[in-house]
Design a protein around this ligand. Structure first.
Ligand SMILES: O=C(O)CCC(=O)C(=O)O
Length: 262
C-alpha cells in the first residue's frame, strides 16, 4: 500500500475524516464545474419554490433528468477516476460501491442556519444510530467546486456516541438548537481542488457562506446493506459502462442491486 494510502486510512480510522489539499488540477475542476453547474441551473428552475424557501442541497446529479449522456459519462469518469479510487480503495478494501451524489449550496433563506447532524439519524432511532456507528459506514467525498468555508466536524464521533453537549444540540434537547456551536467542533476550510473525506455518521455540519457549491460523492462497503438506497437512474447503463475507464465502483453497485432483487 502506498504511504499516502496508509496515512489516509489511519486518519480516517482515528479521526473519521481527512483532507487532501490541491488534489485535483484546475482543469479537472473546470470540467467538473461545467457539468455540475448545468445540472444546478436546471434543477434550480425546476425546483424554484423549494430552492427559494428551504433547499440547501440536491441529489441524483448523475441521473438522466438534467444531464445528457456525455455529461453523465464525464461525471461517472470523474467519480471513478484513478485519483478518487485511490482514496476509496484506501478506506474500503473489498468491493467499494457507489451510492449517490449530492450537491450542497447556500440556502436562499437567510434564517436557515447550518445544523449539526449524523446522516444516520434520519433513518434510525437512537439505538439504530448507535448500531450504525458501530457497523459499516457510508463515506462522503466532498469536492468543493469553489472556495468555501467548508465543514465543521467532531473528530472521532464516527466511532463514539455523543457527549452530553453534542447530544443536546444535535437532538435539540434542553433548550439547545442544532445550530448552536459545539466546543468539540473542528472547522475545515476548503478550496476548489481540495478533497475532504469524512464519515457520514460522524457529527458534522456544512458551513454556509461564500459561493459554496460542493459535490459530495457517497460510497459504501458492499458488505453494508445499502443497495436499496441507490436510485437505478443514477447508475450508468450497459452502453455507458463501456465508456467509463474504470467502472468497478458502479459494477459493484449494479451487482448488489441485482442480488437484492433475486
Ligand atoms: O454542507 C452541508 O450543508 C451539509 C453537508 C452534509 O451534511 C453532508 O455532506 O452529509
Amino acid at each position: 500500500m502506498l504511504e499516502s494510502s496508509k496515512t489516509w486510512q489511519h486518519n480516517y480510522q482515528e479521526q473519521g475524516f481527512f483532507v487532501v489539499r490541491d488534489y485535483f488540477s484546475a482543469s479537472e475542476i473546470i470540467e467538473l464545474r461545467a457539468v455540475v453547474l448545468k445540472f444546478h441551473h436546471l434543477w434550480q428552475q425546476d425546483n424554484a419554490k423549494f430552492y427559494q424557501e428551504e433547499a440547501f442541497n440536491s441529489s441524483l446529479i448523475t441521473g438522466s433528468e438534467y444531464l445528457v449522456r456525455d455529461e453523465r459519462i464525464s461525471l461517472f469518469n470523474f467519480i471513478s477516476s484513478k485519483k478518487v479510487m485511490a482514496v476509496v480503495d484506501a478506506l474500503i478494501a473489498n468491493n467499494p460501491a457507489f451510492m449517490n451524489t449530492q450537491l450542497f449550496f447556500n440556502p436562499v433563506n437567510p434564517s436557515q442556519k447550518d445544523f449539526w447532524h449524523r446522516d444516520c439519524q434520519y433513518d434510525h432511532d437512537l439505538e439504530g444510530q448507535k448500531n450504525a456507528i458501530a457497523q459499516t459506514q457510508v463515506v462522503h467525498l466532498r469536492v468543493p467546486l469553489f472556495d468555501e468555508l467548508g465543514m465543521e466536524l467532531v473528530p472521532e464521533t464516527h466511532k463514539r456516541w455523543d457527549n452530553e453537549e453534542e447530544f443536546n444540540v444535535r437532538q435539540e434537547e434542553k433548550g439547545k438548537v442544532s445550530s448552536d456551536d459545539l466546543t468539540t467542533g473542528k472547522k475545515i476550510r476548503l478550496a476548489a481542488g481540495d478533497l475532504l473525506v469524512f464519515s457520514a455518521d460522524m457529527i458534522h455540519r456544512g458551513l454556509y457562506g461564500l459561493d459554496r457549491l460542493a459535490l459530495d460523492i457517497l460510497v459504501f462497503d458492499s458488505a453494508g446493506d445499502f443497495a436499496d438506497y441507490v436510485d437505478d437512474d443514477c447508475l450508468p447503463d450497459s452502453s455507458m459502462l463501456d465508456e467509463i475507464v474504470e467502472p468497478r465502483l458502479f459494477i459493484n453497485t449494479l451487482n448488489l442491486k441485482l442480488h437484492s432483487e433475486l
